[in-house]
Design a protein around this ligand. Structure first.
Ligand code: GLN
Length: 489
């Protein structure tokens, strides 16, 4: 059965554009219509501008008509998380602090997409400044899971995942500091990839925790993730941690045969207490699948993983407290109306502009960096971070990829965990290690819970082994048909 335009993939629509079966204007219109028809329920977008998208599409059609397409992706819209700058568009980070801010420039990643002729489409909801696991920390609206509107879409890139799953965007960009691409991808039944730290420029991504943040693609298929990643990888001198890496042909790698049997590591610490039956079943099925393909399953240990959450909740808030210092009502952001002197401006503007979770992180971060506590908390956390990184390198002596759950449970009900911080933080139990170690990780749709909610599986690779990771994910995806299943909206 042929899919409507809004459920086609980047690969399919790129081919149809090339064959002149469809125009960019028709594609743009399909996404505008679909968004208008469904976003009243899903609430994935904080902002979108149909006029602007149609104008961009028209220019792309003109390029194609004169044989000047910039790349095979020319004319394809892509949704952008509202923490990534697009020139002339709002950048709110879902915060009152930036409610009226318009970005004067493009993020490095967005420049790359525009260079390929892609069309930024809309601003997608998130947890305020990307802090959260459910998109309930947005100052403006709560996004719903398209598969079940009572449930959270995951977070912090919940808008990006929901829009992709709902057919409101072919693909989207998210950002992942502790799981924010992979966790919502898992909950919404799409593919979410967090690349190796430094592979995609962070220039123009509103900084949360700079040593952990990474932009990555959210798509409906692994092939589309490969296509986008190819375009995103780039050495950007404006980001001092940007790698100078010659990307291999990611899409080409998908169909390559391995020369040696795949060795899949199963970290025993990721299968213990707290893992729900629903998720365990999906991961068990994936284990069975890889075995049936001749892969070798190897039990591995990541002995320091139980410390991951504690380390993350020291390092991430520490960096956040420093990064968010710039939002003071003077240099950037909301300014309190009736403050009389500079100190009051700082106090009142930040008190009014930031929501509770952001304040919590800033206070925590300031505390662990303060004199007397720096050594006890921050420095220790950095040491344990090295041990966690070492655990992964030891494991990768024995295996090619690691297979694990993405989240302990399927998407929970909206409101269920908002007052239970520890439970909310535990959502990232299996994703945080990847950020602490700077590794690439991908969440691929793996099946459904007994309540019909999507559940992803996570594959983790060695640094810069994106090609191998995508290939392993593709193998699983192609043997299942989850990417052809869509929520009834
Ligand atoms: N849920 C985690 C947090 O709140 C991760 C967020 C992210 O990856 N941006 O910090």
């Amino acid at each position: 059965m042929s899919q409507p335009i809004y459920y086609k993939t980047l690969a399919e629509l790129s081919r149809e554009l090339e064959e002149k079966k469809v125009s960019s204007t028709e594609i743009a219109q399909a996404f505008i219509d679909r968004t208008q028809a469904t976003d009243g329920k899903v609430n994935a977008f904080l902002h979108h501008d149909a006029h602007d998208l149609l104008a961009q599409a028209k220019r792309s059609d003109e390029r194609r008509a004169t044989g000047q397409a910039l790349s095979p992706l020319d004319g394809l819209p892509i949704g952008i998380k509202d923490a990534i700058c697009v020139a002339g568009q709002p950048l709110t980070c879902a915060s009152k602090m930036l409610e009226n801010y318009v970005s004067p420039y493009d993020a490095g990643a967005v420049e790359r997409l525009k260079a390929a002729g892609m069309l930024p489409w809309g601003r997608l909801n998130l947890d305020e400044f990307a802090m959260g696991s459910s998109t309930e920390n947005s100052a403006f609206k709560t996004t719903c899971n398209p598969w079940n509107l009572e449930r959270i879409p995951g977070g912090s890139s919940g808008g990006s995942a929901a829009a992709c799953a709902a057919g409101q965007a072919i693909a989207t960009l998210g950002s992942d500091t502790g799981g924010s691409i992979r966790q919502p991808a898992s909950h919404c039944g799409v593919v979410g990839m967090k690349p190796t730290y430094g592979l995609v420029s962070r220039y123009g991504l509103a900084a949360f925790a700079s040593s952990l943040d990474q932009i990555g693609p959210m798509t409906r298929t692994v092939e589309d993730a490969a296509l986008l990643l190819q375009q995103l990888v780039w050495h950007d001198r404006r980001d001092s941690t940007s790698l100078n890496h010659a990307a291999p042909d990611y899409r080409g790698a998908l169909s390559q045969k391995r020369e040696t049997p795949l060795r899949v590591g199963l970290p025993k610490e990721y299968f213990g207490e707290g893992l729900s039956d629903d998720v365990r079943k999906v991961v068990d099925n994936a284990i069975g699948f890889y075995k049936s393909q001749g892969a070798q399953m190897v039990e591995i240990s990541l002995p320091h993983s139980s410390l991951g959450l504690a380390v993350y909740y020291i390092i991430a808030p520490a960096e956040a407290s420093s990064n968010l210092a710039r939002f003071d009502g003077i240099r950037y952001g909301h300014r309190a109306a009736k403050a009389d002197d500079p100190v009051e401006i700082y106090y009142d503007s930040r008190a009014e502009g930031f929501g509770p979770e952001v304040k919590r992180r800033v206070i925590l971060g300031t505390y662990v960096l303060s004199s007397g506590y720096y050594d006890a908390y921050y420095l220790r956390a950095q040491k344990v971070r090295s041990l966690i990184r070492q655990d992964f390198s030891d494991a990768f002596e024995k295996v090619d990829v690691i297979l694990s759950p993405v989240t302990p449970t399927p998407a929970f009900k909206r409101g269920e965990k908002i007052n239970n911080l520890l439970e909310m933080y535990l959502c990232d139990l299996y994703t945080i290690g990847v950020n602490l170690a700077g590794l690439p990780g991908i969440s691929v749709p793996g099946g459904f819970s007994k309540d019909g909610l999507p559940v992803g599986i996570q594959l983790i690779g060695k640094p810069l082994a994106e090609a191998e990771l995508l290939q392993t994910a593709h193998l699983f995806e192609q043997a299942h048909d989850f990417y052809n299943q869509h929520p009834a909206l």
